[in-house]
Design a protein around this ligand. Structure first.
Ligand SMILES: [Zn+2]
Length: 279
């Protein structure tokens, strides 16, 4: 799961149009009416010919660093405008620009309307989506128990094990609620470690080797005084690869002094090109 840049916003006119769509939901009296309206209205507006959503998709693409990988799995093409807060549980966020990401079908489909909160009244964890086939009811007030890649850095919750499993684990420093949030997000909702999604784990392992090969090439060219334009191109290639979390984790392992234990050669490449630690 990737942390998305926070400085990308559609034009004020597009934001106003989203607001107008939203008002037609918010003006309804009951939760069930608002929930039904959100479900009905969103697919009508989110079409190829709708100018507002054309701009929304353009801005979501910019967020994905031009290769448009799914924000959750970082592997497939992100081709669905996905609501982080499901629209039938949170109809007040149906046309909220801050609630959108680009995701792929295999992530978005099973995620569906899964959501949980830590209830305001006692801090307890509560799944708020209804059992399958039953209508949504208004969720209790509370903080989201699902990591939000628009506002949070998933790597503040998870560590990717680069030493062999290429699975995500909770960071050891987390509080009990943060650990629950990590496990709910990675394992229950997105299933990024699940055996059904083994190809994703393999792709992360493969990405590790690919990043190593790319940084090796960069270091080699740098030593041979390659022109700056070529070095920039190699840097760009790294930043446009899939599974950017693997790259971010390699950098963090280096900073924590752990990379030498995983791959001494790769550690040396960063010694020779420390600028790559900030990419
Ligand atoms: Zn995905």
């Amino acid at each position: 799961m990737i942390e998305l840049p926070k400085n990308i916003t559609p034009s004020p006119s597009v934001l106003n149009e989203l607001k107008a769509f939203q008002e037609s939901i918010d003006k309804l009296n009951t939760f069930s009416e608002r929930s039904a309206k959100a479900k009905e209205l969103f697919p009508k507006k989110n079409t190829k010919s709708n100018a507002t959503f054309k701009e929304v998709k353009k801005k979501l693409t910019e967020m994905c660093n031009s290769t448009r990988r799914c924000v959750y799995c970082e592997d497939s093409l992100g081709d669905e405008v996905e609501h982080i807060y499901p629209k039938d549980l949170f109809p007040e966020k149906c046309f909220d620009w801050g609630n959108y990401v680009y995701a792929c079908g295999p992530c978005n489909g099973p995620k569906n309307n899964k959501f949980a909160v830590f209830k305001q009244e006692d801090g307890s964890f509560a799944v708020v989506n209804p059992p399958k086939g039953q209508p949504s009811t208004q969720p209790p007030t509370g903080k989201a128990a699902l990591i939000n890649p628009r506002t949070e850095d998933p790597l503040q919750f998870a560590i990717l094990d680069l030493s062999g499993t290429f699975k995500f684990f909770p960071l050891p420093s987390l509080s009990a609620n943060e650990k629950k949030k990590m496990e709910y997000s990675y394992n229950e909702v997105l299933r990024l470690n699940h055996e059904e999604r083994e190809p994703l784990r393999q792709a992360r392992e493969n990405a590790f080797g690919m990043y190593k090969a790319r940084i090796a090439e960069y270091v080699h060219k740098k030593k041979n005084n390659a022109p700056l334009s070529l070095l920039e191109k190699l840097k760009d290639g790294i930043l446009k690869e899939s599974h950017p979390t693997v790259w971010k984790e390699i950098q963090r392992y280096y900073r924590m002094g752990l990379l030498v234990k995983v791959d001494e050669e790769l550690k040396q490449y960063f010694d020779e090109a420390p600028e790559a630690l900030t990419w």
